[in-house]
Design a protein around this ligand. Structure first.
Ligand SMILES: *[C@@H]1O[C@H](CO)[C@@H](O)[C@H](O)[C@H]1NC(C)=O
Ligand SMILES: *[C@@H]1O[C@H](CO)[C@@H](O)[C@H](O)[C@H]1NC(C)=O
Length: 225
């Protein structure tokens, strides 16, 4: 009996280690500095401008963590939307409550997505004309960061388990969007119009290509615009 007891504990020990090692080491960001923010004025955002949207029926600390400058958000594809009468999909996302309607704006941050997160939007430029809600969405599908759900329009490949520097530039009047990954231009697309815009990041379940059960994204946000 003693033998089977210790076998049980050994198995448990391995299991615990395996689960623990799957957790993202989202505590330190890469923090490389590119030249992309030259000419931009840095915004000093207040913490109250980071508005977290999360499933309405769970406490914040079950979907969001903020430590060492890193904001970690996770959601399950079975989670409830942000409010009982909001029809949108499951998400834990931050709306940066700095709304703009003119000028050229830049979002810079280091993003970390643990292996397995799939079918989630991780970064958005909110606001568009007509039927559309957004000017840009970046999704993660099986380790690729894509433009919306276009699996062949890969903005960054193999993003799991590493910090990825993202710079997203939105020119409102010119209606254009450029995405840089590690300082390299990877996407230039037209905007979608609209009067008011803001940036979002986190995890937002998508309906295409079978979202994973657990979706998670961390962001080390540099506060540059
Ligand atoms: C990821 O993108 C590459 C192209 O960069 C592509 O070859 C690969 O099939 C994509 N992976 C998936 C799972 O779509
Ligand atoms: C976007 O518009 C701005 C302002 O007109 C321009 O300087 C920039 O080159 C444009 N970017 C792209 C990718 O077309």
């Amino acid at each position: 009996m003693a033998g089977s007891y210790s076998l049980c504990c050994l198995l448990l020990g391995i299991l615990t280690f395996a689960l623990w090692s799957l957790l993202p080491p989202c505590t330190a960001a890469a923090g490389r500095s590119g030249g992309l923010t030259a000419g931009f004025t840095r915004m000093n955002l207040r913490e109250s401008q980071f508005v977290v949207q999360k499933p309405w029926n769970v406490p914040l600390d079950q979907r969001y963590e903020f430590a060492g400058g890193v904001r970690r958000m996770w959601v399950f594809n079975t989670d409830k939307p942000g409010s009982p009468n909001h029809p949108g999909g499951a998400r834990t996302e931050i709306k940066i409550n700095e709304i703009y309607s003119t000028g050229v704006w830049q979002f810079e941050g280091d993003m970390y997505d643990p292996s397995g997160t799939s079918g989630a939007s991780v970064m958005q430029i909110f606001g568009a004309a007509g039927e559309q809600a957004t000017t840009l969405m970046l999704h993660v599908y099986d380790g690729n960061l894509t433009y919306y759900h276009q699996l062949r329009n890969v903005v960054a490949g193999d993003v799991y388990g590493r910090w990825v520097r993202l710079n997203v530039v939105h020119g409102v009047a010119a209606s254009n969007v450029t995405v840089f990954v590690e300082g390299e231009r990877r996407l230039s697309v037209p905007g979608h119009g609209g009067e008011q815009h803001y940036f979002k990041f986190g995890v937002y379940k998508q309906s295409h290509h079978q979202p994973s059960h657990h979706m998670e994204s961390c962001l080390f946000f540099n506060n540059h615009f």
